[in-house]
Ligand binder design. Structure first.
Ligand SMILES: Cc1ncc(C[n+]2csc(CCOP(=O)(O)OP(=O)(O)O)c2C)c(N)n1
Ligand SMILES: [Mg+2]
Length: 651
């Protein structure tokens, strides 16, 4: 059965003239042990909620996954798709892609992230179990990780968090082959991985990865543990290849005809490429039969539980029917109360309403809870062995937080949001990118969003980050300007089922300018006219977040000089881009435009045009009180007025 995986992998890579045969050939025995004895999946219902999750963190070994999926009978994985490995439109993409191929639980390829996403899934499993009990939620999360996954820094964050939270149903098979692309791993590491995992509270064992029985025993043992488990599978990369096995030559290139012929002889596999004997197929299909029976039993339990509707709504992530009504009522209050608060504080206030209106939300922060203001009353902390809470202390682990949130969202049952400073979005970047690529409803609460954070200085002051985030496809970047916009941004983020959101929030107070209640979510337009010109539009001032206030003040000053300015708040460029050309023209107007944002210029030229001016940052910030910094960098009403008068004749 393992040789069938090896043959499909080496033949598919050969045919594609690209790909990674070594890892699938090396891990074929361990994967066969895992799937034939343990994996609980039903290829006819790839998304059945209580299935085991399998994460190929070493995503370059995608042919291992595709070969297994072919043999256990996923409907999309016929032999023709194996033959079209890595070709345009095939389900057999170079690396496993979530949403593209049945049964692929998460996109992998950026090494270490799969392992970390799996931590999120294993955590989601425990949290759903705490809510629905063993009868409805009781599954394992299995990972195959390579040397690369374990070398990546994110692995440390993931291992530490999983060990701390005692995620006993997380089982990692490490492809311990001592080889990566450059050659032997001893070129760059001498870490005792077992000791490292043990130090973080894991059970660890090392086995011969080619001895199926040993792997089976190790998994069996791991399943009995209440700690996460690492099973080091000592393997030979490219197992079976006569000259390339055990070398980096097997990692990421076709083996070549002669080598493949030699491997066939060594493995005793005499079948032509892409032909699998019926007896082997039948043996593999037993995995599906077992999984189907497990799924049917589970469905009976769900039907008998009396909680089916509740469970389904939860897994689907459906917000309660009265959710928007509650938010709208609160928005009306805000417009009346007109708080003068930082948008991070406005976010906390919004979360107070949101977290009471739905229990789908799952908060957290990378050790900046009291700065990000992400914790609201009564959420309760998720703790080792106690998963009833709704708030995760991710620790100082931004990269892991982003990938874990992806795992939580992918698993189903939660809408995760997590906070850090906007400047550290760099550290979270790997996971943010995959949230966007996979279309996951994850909300990033990034506070301290500009030089406005003040004294902490340039290491903490984001400048280029909004541009980076706005450049990311399928990511909504909100920079709300007052408490009303902040609430609207939250509402949009929670409704965006296929798109992650960033909320860039201020540390400094902002006045409420949306003083007239509107049912309509104006932030949903991405940009809108916040202050109409009195008579004619001489100039349009574009701004986001804390700089909208500056634009308003500049407009007042311009009025004294007989310049009539419109102020446009642009809380979300991406949503504005989706509006009709007519609407955009109306908002942007035909008058010259001046944009103000305490960040890098990149991207703004699209909105200000050739004649436009930009008032913002040209380099890094500095350490000083915020108001001094705004003065110092010229991001002031006066600075805006000067920019306007540079292009218009002012009185
Ligand atoms: C974050 C990240 N960095 C670099 C790569 C490129 N890369 C793909 S596989 C690989 C080597 C991985 O070594 P290992 O996990 O031991 O895989 P093996 O060679 O044993 O199959 C590298 C560097 C990547 N996919 N992701
Ligand atoms: Mg390796």
């Amino acid at each position: 059965m393992a040789n069938a995986l090896r043959a499909l992998a080496m033949d598919a890579v050969e045919r594609a003239k690209s790909g990674h045969p070594g890892m699938p050939m090396g891990m074929a025995d361990a994967a066969t042990a895992l799937f034939t004895r343990f994996m609980k999946v039903d290829p006819s219902r790839p998304n059945w909620a209580d299935r085991d999750r399998f994460i190929l963190s070493a995503g370059h070994g995608s042919m291992l996954l595709y070969a297994i999926h072919h043999l256990i009978g996923y409907a999309d994985m016929g032999i023709d798709e194996i033959k079209r490995f890595r070709q345009l439109g095939a389900v057999t993409a170079g690396h496993p892609e979530y949403g593209h191929t049945f049964g692929v639980e998460t996109t992998t390829g950026p090494l270490g992230q799969g392992l970390t996403t799996a931590v999120g899934m294993a955590l989601a499993e425990r949290m759903m179990n705490a809510r629905f009990g063993d009868d409805l939620v009781d599954h394992h999360t299995y990972v195959i990780a390579g040397d690369g996954c374990l070398m990546e820094g994110i692995s440390h964050e993931a291992i530490d968090l999983a060990g701390h939270l005692k995620l006993g149903k997380l089982i990692v098979l490490w492809d311990d082959n001592g080889i990566s692309i450059d050659g032997r791993t001893t070129l760059s590491t001498s870490t005792d991985q077992l000791a490292r995992f043990r130090a973080s509270g894991w059970d660890v064992v090392s086995v011969d990865g080619h001895a199926c029985d040993a792997v089976v025993d190790a998994i069996d043992e791991a399943r009995r543990s209440d700690r996460p488990s690492l099973i080091a599978c000592r393997t030979t990369i490219g197992f079976g290849a006569p000259t390339k096995a055990g070398t980096e030559g097997a990692h990421g290139a076709p083996l070549g005809a002669a080598e493949i012929e030699g491997a066939r002889a060594r493995l005793g596999w005499s079948h032509p490429p892409f032909e699998i004997p019926e007896s082997v197929r039948t043996a593999w299909r037993a995995v599906a039969t077992r999984g189907r029976a497990a799924r049917e039993d589970w469905e009976k339990r769900l039907a008998a539980s009396g909680r089916r509707a509740e469970f389904d709504a939860r897994i689907e992530g459906e917000l309660p029917a009265d959710f928007d009504e509650k938010l709208s009522a609160y928005k009306r209050e805000l417009s009346q109360a007109r708080p003068n608060v930082a948008s991070r504080k406005a976010s906390e206030m919004a979360l107070g309403i949101i977290n009471a209106a739905t229990d789908l939300t799952l908060g957290g922060s990378a050790d900046l809870t009291h700065s990000n203001l992400t914790l609201t009353k009564g959420l309760g902390s998720v703790a080792p062995g106690d998963y009833a809470g709704r708030y995760v202390h991710y620790g100082i682990r931004e990269h892991a937080m982003s990938a874990v949130m992806n795992g939580l969202a992918l698993h189903g049952g939660f809408i995760p949001y997590g906070g850090t400073f906007l400047v550290f979005s760099d550290y979270a970047r790997g996971g943010i990118r995959l949230s966007a690529l996979m279309g996951q409803r994850v909300v990033y609460v990034f506070t301290h969003d500009s030089i406005g954070l003040g004294e902490d200085g340039p290491t903490h002051q984001p400048v280029e980050h909004l541009a980076m985030l706005r450049a990311t496809p399928n990511l909504h970047v909100f920079r709300p300007a007052d408490a009303v916009e902040t609430l609207e941004a939250w509402q949009l983020a929670l409704h965006a089922e296929g798109t992650p959101s960033v909320l860039a929030l201020s540390r400094q107070n902002l006045p409420t300018f949306r003083t007239e209640h509107r049912e309509e979510n104006l932030t949903g337009y991405g940009a809108y006219v916040a202050r109409k010109p009195k008579r004619r539009r001489d100039v349009t001032l574009l701004a986001t977040g804390s700089e909208v206030e500056i634009a308003f003040k500049a407009a007042d000053m311009l009025a004294l000089r007989d310049v009539d300015a419109a102020v446009v708040s642009m809380p979300c460029w991406e949503l504005f881009e989706t509006q009709s050309a007519d609407y955009r023209r109306q908002v942007l107007g035909t008058a010259p435009r001046v944009a103000v944002e305490a960040a890098a210029r990149l991207g703004w030229d699209r909105w200000i045009g050739e004649r436009g001016r930009f008032v913002g940052m040209n380099g890094f910030g500095a350490s000083a009180p915020a108001s001094d910094l705004y003065e110092h960098f010229g991001i002031t009403p006066r600075g805006v007025v000067e920019a306007v008068c540079d292009i218009l004749t002012c009185a």
